[in-house]
Design a protein around this ligand. Sequence first.
Ligand code: AMP
Ligand code: MG
Length: 478
Amino acid sequence: MKLNEIKLTNPYLDLPAECHDRVKPSPLTEPFLIHANASVAEMIGLDKEELNTEAFVDFANGAYAPEGSDTFAMCYAGHQFGFFVERLGDGRAINIGTLNGYHLQLKGAGQTKYSRSGDGRAVLRSSIREYLMSEAMHGLGIETTRALALIGSKHSVYRQEWEKGAIVLRVSPSWVRFGTFEYFAHKKKYKELEALADYAIAESYPHLVGEEKKYYYMFVEVVGKTARLMAEWQAVGFNHGVMNTDNMSIHGLTIDYGPYAFLDDYDFNFICNHTDQYGRYSFGSQPNVGEWNLNALMVALAPLIDTEEMQKVMGHYSKFYTEHYLSLMTKKLGLDERRDEDLALIKHLLGVLQGLSIDYTLFFRTLSRYSGDRKALLKIGLYHTPMNDWLDEYDKRLTENTSSTEERQANMLKSNPKYVLKNYMLQQAIDAAEEGDYHLVDALFQIAQDPYAEHEVFDKWAAATPDELKNRKLSCSS
Ligand code: AMP
Ligand code: MG
């Protein structure tokens, strides 16, 4: 489809007026395309050639409205760091319509009714981070929102200093958050709450439409999806950083990329968010926070679903999470089947990685080529005894594997990425981009899309993070 053939629909606008606010985007001055995602274009049915046109830049800048365009911001509430905020909403994201089931949204396109004191803008650095990282999560096979385009501009935006504004054209099958339900529950607007639940079911869980206990089953699905997402984050070493309930997707997607980080060295207690003084959203806390957030959702859904029944479902959260996490970890370790003793093997390993400050991604990628020769693995950590002890156990466990060493290695190379986008890499891409050089954005995009491939030219990014660049914390001021 060409850009001028697009016909957008706006299913969210069928919801009661309380749910949204119609608002026009405020385009950036002197916009230019930094990157466009051909695979997302294909996913939504847009011709790839269209991505190189002037009209496409206008489209991503909110200056070109295709047929059917009726732009709006969504309203939601949320628990931020444990405290309820009764009205948040898209303060700088403007929805421009739906195409083939994907909702298009411009992040950074100006103020809305929900901007509070914010300027409705997004700066270049945070936009690069969201653009690249959402694609990296997709490349890792983790459910996430994605982005069709990233544009830069000459538009000045003030944070701690003057910066340049940018827009990420985000794409998602759903933008409904736990906090969207909390908004209506808090206001005791139960008709709207029900309409929202019906909307979310049609959008995210269409197999439940017409089901007698559809709201209950929706909750079951959300609990399962959230447990699964938390397991995926933990297994890959991703720290989201701002797991407020307004940043939790009812569809089980990773959304709203802020001060996130991939682990450099394995550190269970790592906190990527500079403003998270007490580590509420530390890496190791994420599965528990997922549960806390689901409890907040449960409270919001109480007018629609029997609380005792929801509590019973919540009683299974931890089992759902552990099951999924263990199955991912056994894959990372190249084990054909999971045994009860494997939990001890995994715990032992994580203790070694933590104790020796070993790069998480590098370790598993190196282990993927292990065939008895320990040299490469021992080189990664300073002390050999703890690693040797663990490898003795691992060797023993491998004797019970039915697959050959070659098969195991091939499987492990598909389960252990060579590359993750660490913050120091993103920072290098941002530093260059701020000087008008986008070649690192391009390079990181390539490895993001296929993190299991060798990409030999980018080998340096598969090494352990240089010491002086490790464990960077980021602030939310984006
Ligand atoms: P976040 O932490 O990015 O998920 O944002 C939390 C809330 O603040 C959301 O309602 C955002 O829309 C809003 N927000 C963040 N930055 C801005 C901004 N620059 N202008 C307006 N609203 C913002
Ligand atoms: Mg958010």
